[in-house]
Design a protein around this ligand. Sequence first.
Ligand code: SF4
Length: 328
Amino acid sequence: MSNQNISNKILYWYDNNKRKLPWRKKTSIKNREYFTLVSEFMLQQTQVATVVPYFINFIKIFPNLKFLANANEKEVLKNWEGLGYYSRARNLKKTAVNLLINFNGRLPKDIEKLKSLPGIGDYTSRSILAIAHNKPYIPMDGNVERILKRVFLLKKKKEISKENLNKKKSFFGYSKRSSDYAQAIMELGALICKPTLPVCSLCPLTENCNAFKKKDFIIRSKNKFNKVKYFEANIYKQKNKFLLIKNKKFNFLKNLVIFPMEEINKKKFNHSDYKKINVKMSNMNMKILINDNKKIKKTRNSVLLDKTNINNYILPSFTKKIFSSLTN
Ligand code: SF4
């Protein structure tokens, strides 16, 4: 089967099955560039379903590049709250300023110029070129990788290397509808060639797929499982208010407001009678002991928060979870 047929089959499937996503709305070329920029930043490390409500809200508050470039960074971070990886929000804001000053508010069509912008690496620049500028790129995300691994039944370490997967991308061939085609392949991976249970009965690639022929859908991955880390959160309460501090200590979620805490070992965690909570982060599983029996002196960076003023601060999800376990 020719690669032309592959692209026709995938695009036919896409035209009939694509999700209605807010950044795919028909709009002006300039807005499309902006929507692509914001959605691609949000989609780095985050799933589509999680991103949708954040994107809708973000576009309401910052409807175009100029608004975002002129916005206060605190306001941008506030509207990113809960999405995690806050450096993305800071970089998005910096990129908006940079585009306004150096590129007349437009996204460059040159990959090196795109890569020179804060927060835009190889993958995001290819996505932008394909989706916003209709250039013939197929960005290699987890969905595209999975389809290739199954179509060619790639299992060995060498076979699943980035280099080999990039070579295998020629399987997809080419379409003049580059923007739709890049999105179509990723969509096929997300909706049909799913990680655990692929829906082969609805897939346009069954004739070409070795995993389907051999009924072997197991995916080999280089990614390790998330590490489990143990923490003790120290709770200082004054009337109904809790003491929180700016995170200067941990490398994750720097400068956001957290309960004073320290990393502890598994033994201490397991042997403690204090309340425990689990929080799944995108890069680790946090197991947190809530020690509400400790007296801590106030520090220069501390704030006292209760239900009435907590929303004025940008809080990581684990801080919110500790807070609600204390107040409910
Ligand atoms: S046939 Fe099944 S395994 Fe093969 S690409 Fe399609 S959904 Fe994935």
